[in-house]
Write a protein that binds this ligand. Structure first.
Ligand code: MN
Ligand code: MN
Length: 291
């Protein structure tokens, strides 16, 4: 990998690790989700990065893709909190998540963390993502839980937060062989439920899909703002300014210019834990950028 690009991946990872460490103690029963999200996103910017996607704060059965709404009043209860953060430096992304458990389920929290560590132990050039999935599944079932079968880790590339290859959280017949220069996010999810997630009814995160001709000036300018500021990276409804923005966003959605990332929740309503790191595959092995 080009040295300058590697350095950008490293900076993004370093910023992310610092921000997660600073944000962790702010996640406590009674604290506001919106305050934590704002803290995380502001801290990323003050350290010289940009959010690669809105700060995800998913509670309990929600596995991913919740971010506070513009006037979110919700607070942490005795929740299983997944704090999932993305940082980019010039488009080069770091993606990592921790579970902060306020619900008294240490073992479930530990299961996804141990699965991530087991996966990181075998990542190197030539490793197969199917093997990584197998190690993750075996570790989580070893704790007496199930992985979330239909959620995966993923590749990262410039301004692409979800690229090939998929990194499964279960044993697969066929995977992808990793090679030098690949950048992947490994993110095991463990649950005390069925191991399936589906799309829930909440949409706070959006992303650009395709250019569309928009008649309304407010919709045209919002589309311009989105493509200039976020390109192909996800953004929050919360980030849009002005009252017309809500209406413009609805028009963009209807026209197919943008799409949503609905909240992903465990189908039975069971608890979900998550752990995630970003890894750069180097000639001699790999480097976790987000530690
Ligand atoms: Mn993530
Ligand atoms: Mn990820």
């Amino acid at each position: 990998m080009d040295a300058e690009i590697l350095e950008k991946y490293r900076s993004a990872g370093r910023i992310l690790a610092e921000v997660l460490a600073e944000a962790r103690p702010k996640v406590e029963t009674g604290a506001s989700l919106l305050d934590v999200a704002n803290f995380v996103e502001d801290a990323i910017r003050s350290k010289g990065g940009q959010p690669a996607f809105p700060c995800n704060i998913s509670l309990d059965r929600n596995a991913a893709h919740y971010t506070p709404s513009p006037k979110d009043l919700s607070t942490f209860g005795e929740s299983m909190v997944k704090l999932d953060v993305g940082v980019h430096v010039d488009g080069y992304i770091a993606d990592a998540a921790v579970t902060i458990d306020l619900s008294g389920h240490d073992k479930l929290t530990e299961a996804s963390k141990a699965a991530l560590e087991a996966a990181l132990d075998i990542v190197r050039p030539g490793a197969d993502t199917a093997q990584i999935g197998k190690v993750i599944e075996e570790t989580i079932t070893g704790y007496g839980y199930r992985p979330v079968y239909n959620l995966t880790g993923h590749g990262l590339s410039r301004y692409q937060a979800h690229d090939e290859p998929a990194v499964p959280n279960r044993a697969m017949e066929k995977g992808t062989v990793l090679k030098e220069g690949d950048v992947i996010a490994i993110e095991p999810f463990a649950t005390n439920g069925s191991g399936r997630i589906s799309e829930g009814p909440i949409n706070e995160i959006y992303g650009f899909s395709a250019p569309r001709p928009m008649r309304l000036p407010a919709a045209r300018s919002l589309l311009k703002e989105i493509t200039e500021n976020y390109r192909t990276l996800p953004f929050a409804r919360r980030w849009l300014k002005g009252e017309r923005a809500e209406y413009a966003l609805m028009l963009l959605l209807r026209s197919g210019a943008v799409h949503t990332y609905p909240v992903l929740w465990e189908v039975e309503g069971a608890l979900v834990s998550q752990a995630e790191h970003t890894v750069v595959i180097l000639e001699e092995g790999c480097e976790v950028t987000t530690r």
